[in-house]
Design a protein around this ligand. Structure first.
Ligand code: NDP
Length: 244
């Protein structure tokens, strides 16, 4: 795969799947704009990308759950590169909770980060992607397809991401813009511990996850990054509205 000369904006690139995706695109020669809230972590990922890539990534520190930050991230990306070829909507959070103990505040936080921000960034990026015949890869989850107990807001947000993917794929196909998503099963990152899972519960959860995936193991971030890069590449030129 070759992304030389292509501009790729990745949200949530400061850790986990987003960080691995950034390094993957860097290896394939992309010009990168990397977003995350934690500037220090983002810088470390950018340094990794610089070692394997053509040019140092531009850092877009900001909270995509805040409209003003998302607007600024978008404006700065366009100011820096003047175009966009690929948008990877990866940033996400998980909060544990059921209908009995998920507050509206938690619900809003998850929905604003996992779904509303994708909607906003997609709105902003669409005119540029139409110009470049670019594409979008959304990072959904197996929770977008199946419901899992104990992560209610997360389930709802990811089902929304899947629907958004399919709808916008239909809307933009005639303009040459592809929109796809990945729906990874449990992948080893900090997502669950950050979402309130203590280490012991996380170990049990990882163990249990082996029985919920046909391959009998959790995923590695590099495997998800590979799927994202494939969908964004010309190799997937006949794929839109699909999930991997
Ligand atoms: P991590 O917690 O490692 O990464 C999440 C990333 O999102 C971080 O870079 C974080 O950056 C960023 N982020 C979170 N909130 C915001 C925000 N408001 N503004 C900007 N950046 C934000 O978890 P993963 O790598 O696992 O998660 C990445 C995506 O993969 C998520 O959408 C998640 O739902 C999805 N996913 C994960 C699975 C898993 O099992 N791990 C399975 C299926 C899907 P920072 O800390 O700098 O704010």
């Amino acid at each position: 795969m070759n992304f030389a000369g292509k501009v790729v904006l990745i949200t949530g690139a400061s850790s986990g799947i987003g960080a691995a995706t950034a390094v993957k695109f860097a290896k394939y020669g992309a010009c990168l704009a990397l977003n995350g809230r934690n500037a220090e972590n983002l810088k470390k990922v950018a340094d990794e990308c610089s070692k394997v890539g053509q040019s140092p990534p531009a850092l877009m520190v900001g909270d995509i759950a805040k409209e003003a930050d998302t607007q600024r991230i978008w404006t700065e990306t366009l100011d820096k590169y003047g175009r966009l070829d690929v948008l990877v909507n990866n940033a996400g959070i998980l909060e544990t909770g059921t209908i009995e103990n998920t507050s509206l505040e938690q619900y809003d936080r998850v929905m604003n980060t996992n779904l509303r921000a994708i909607y906003h960034l997609t709105m902003l990026a669409t005119p540029e992607l139409v110009k470049t015949k670019g594409n979008i890869v959304n990072v959904s989850s197996v929770n977008g397809i199946r419901s899992f107990p104990g992560v209610l807001a997360y389930n709802i947000s990811k089902m929304g991401v899947d629907q958004l993917t399919r709808c916008v794929a239909l809307e933009l196909a005639s303009k040459g813009v592809r929109v796809n998503c990945v729906n990874p099963g449990v992948t080893v990152t900090n997502l669950h511990s950050r979402g309130g899972m203590d280490p012991e519960t996380y170990e049990k959860f990882l163990e249990h996850s082996k029985s919920t995936h046909a391959l009998g193991r959790p995923g590695d971030v590099s495997e998800v990054a590979a799927a994202i890069a494939f969908l964004a590449s010309d190799e997937a030129s006949f794929s839109t509205g699909v999930s991997l």
